[in-house]
Design a protein around this ligand. Structure first.
Ligand code: AMP
Ligand code: ZN
Length: 112
């Protein structure tokens, strides 16, 4: 784990780049995806910088569990608790920002 000064999501968390905040607490920040793939598309990130979900799971499993809790509470509010949770991991899987983020897709019925 090392904070990257060049990391887009670290800058968003610090407020250096604007975002549409959905939720925040001491360890975790959630904001709307700028290019939504569902009616509600929220990114949930740990404040601490980890490159991907595997690093987070290894170093801080409680934070990963908390991210799932935050995703659940967003979906409880937006769509009776139903949601898709995606962690793109690696360039070839479509990861473009290397600060771990959960995509929470909800707010409407999703295609299989
Ligand atoms: P991934 O491709 O899994 O790494 O996801 C990165 C996500 O970040 C994409 O869905 C982008 O639309 C989203 N994104 C990129 N820049 C911003 C931004 N400034 N504010 C909110 N979401 C962003
Ligand atoms: Zn970062």
């Amino acid at each position: 784990m090392s904070e990257s000064t060049d990391c887009l999501f670290c800058k968003i968390i610090k407020g250096e780049i604007p975002s549409a905040k959905v939720y925040e607490d001491e360890t975790t920040y959630a904001f709307k995806d700028i290019n939504p793939k569902a009616k509600v598309h929220v990114l949930v990130v740990p404040r601490r910088h980890y490159a991907n979900v595997a690093e987070l799971a290894k170093d801080d499993p409680a934070e990963l569990a908390h991210i799932v809790e935050v995703a659940q509470s967003i979906a409880d509010k937006e769509f009776h608790g139903a949601y898709r949770l995606v962690f793109n991991t690696g360039l070839d899987a479509g990861q473009t920002v290397f600060h771990v983020h959960a995509h929470v897709l909800t707010g409407e019925t999703l295609d299989e």
